[in-house]
Design a binder for this molecule. Structure first.
Ligand SMILES: CC(C)(COP(=O)(O)OP(=O)(O)OC[C@H]1O[C@@H](n2cnc3c(N)ncnc32)[C@H](O)[C@@H]1OP(=O)(O)O)[C@@H](O)C(=O)NCCC(=O)NCCS
Length: 129
């Protein structure tokens, strides 16, 4: 859980880190996300089963609207060299003004390079700025 800044600063988009681009969702993200959310090992500790294609479509259409605190949440896709490798979210906790949670999911195909670490630090900068 995070203590977040009050107010509703506009979401910078995209956010560049040393190696990664964090950007808002777009309709073409369905297949890239399905490529890892469809895998059992990725969903093992998540609160849902591996996604089907309709699951991926529904999730992307919801996440497109998560553009900042005014929308209640920030949802970003993470790209490395124009390839989607993971995604991040932050959302305000219901009933609070200052608390938020974050989550991150990355493709195992790109694990072990510190990408999840690098992207999550950038998300923290974003939500705490
Ligand atoms: C958890 C998860 C995000 C980790 O992804 P990842 O890509 O392996 O993460 P990173 O590459 O940033 O870190 C993995 C390792 O790389 C190391 N690493 C390599 N290069 C690094 C660098 N340049 N900077 C930082 N760490 C680096 C880290 O130290 C870390 O080592 P450790 O596993 O011994 O602790 C990923 O496995 C996942 O999405 N799992 C399924 C979903 C999930 O459980 N999400 C979390 C709950 S919301």
């Amino acid at each position: 859980m995070l203590a977040v800044a009050v107010g509703d600063p506009p979401l910078r988009d995209p956010v560049q880190t040393g190696r990664l681009t964090l950007r808002r969702y777009q309709p073409t993200d369905v297949d890239p996300l399905l490529s890892y959310y469809g895998r059992a090992e990725v969903c093992r500790y998540l609160l849902h089963k591996p996604w089907s294609r309709p699951d991926a479509r529904e999730a992307v259409s919801e996440r497109i609207n998560r553009t900042g605190w005014a929308a209640g949440a920030i949802a970003l896709v993470v790209e490395r060299d124009a390839t989607v490798i993971g995604n991040l979210s932050a959302w305000k906790l219901a009933g609070t003004h200052y608390s938020a949670e974050i989550s991150w999911v990355f493709s195992p195909d790109f694990s072990g390079h510190g990408y999840a670490t690098e992207a999550t630090l950038a998300l923290l900068d974003l939500v705490l700025s």
